[in-house]
Design a protein around this ligand. Sequence first.
Ligand code: DSN
Length: 440
Amino acid sequence: MSSLAKTDPQIKKLIDLEEKRQAEVLEMIPSENYTSRAVMEALATVLTNKYSEGYPKKRYYQGNKIVDDIEALAQERAKKLFGVPYVNVQPYSGSPANTAIYFALLEPQKDKIMGLTLAFGGHLTHGAPVSFSGKYFKTVPYELGRDSRLDMNAIEKLAIREKPKIIVCGFTAYAQIIDFKRFGLIADKVGAYLLADISHIAGLVVGGVHPSPVSYAHIVMTTTHKTLRGPRGAMIMVTEKGLKKDEELAEKIDKAVFPGLQGGPHDNQSAAIAVALKEASSPVFKKYAKQVVTNSVKLASELTKNGFDLVSGGSANHLILIDLRNKGVNGSIAAYALEVANIVVNKNGVPFDSNPPFYPSGIRLGTPAITTRGMKEKEMKKIAQWFAGVIEEIKNERFPEEKEARIQFMKGFRIRTEHNRNLQKIAAEVKALTKNFPLP
Ligand code: DSN
């Protein structure tokens, strides 16, 4: 990056520091990953210079012959990989993609979106009251059962009673397999569209280690930067079933993305998505997806051995949600302390959480990024021990009850010296391990 170093050494330095940070920590936020160099090379190209409003062969600007080929290639690869007849690769990311789907199909203030409540592992755009999805549309939130798993009978009952226009399945903090078939049956029973938001698990789906929703959902949306390991971005796919329900569905989605919601697509993003889709079609990627799950299952079992309480009892995908209440530790403090020890996760609410979202009772972690680096079961055992070591150091940190006191507490929060010393020891061990697993 010699030009950048010359033009803007400040930004260059910050990027270098971020690269170093990413290399030296265990990146365990389950929605993050490391793209290949090839994906990054496609992103940092002249394609960022172009405007291409419209779709291949139907553009509003001249000079799009080559961009047409790039976008068409991304479309063809996605269709083949997921087994769908139609795809739109232009959404800037997951939230705009879901917005476009709702705008394509729903009447504001009238039609209902039925999605998993945010506090139970749904996404903001699945009808949370603080997001546009909950503000502009009517919502029918569903929750998990007492075992923190999907209660399909309760979901069916609710759908029959409320008659939503869209049922959303696919989550951000759910560690078990999703029964897409049953969701499909429920949607059919009440005449709803089934939207499978597979942003978290798309890489597992194409890797064959999570069932695909394609036969059961009408629309499948995925971001491209999580387990799929592409650049930031999203794709909206319409299935055969979707076209059978509404032969204009694909057209409605296209119109909702552009001109409904977005202007020109980010052509460098489309190219990088195409590259990622090519990579995801390879046998090596299948092996990767399998290892993501193997690692998560192993890590879950090792964490359990170390006394952690895992929401839903374990992990069957890439993700683990730990309820820290049995340890008497708040998720905010745990996430903070883990970062001191070079382990990066996010604080997260747990089902039936007694604490508010900013100071939740849990942490969420996952194996996509560390698996990309080549880590396997042996490393998972060590990582679980580090988690236990970190939590042990902070188990006596009490969190104030009152809201303002909490804010002040976290602002000034420093781990006491003797505990900090031990966390630094773990941090050094983590850093030593990461040296053996270079970034792509
Ligand atoms: N923000 C993403 C996640 O971390 O799960 C979802 O969009």
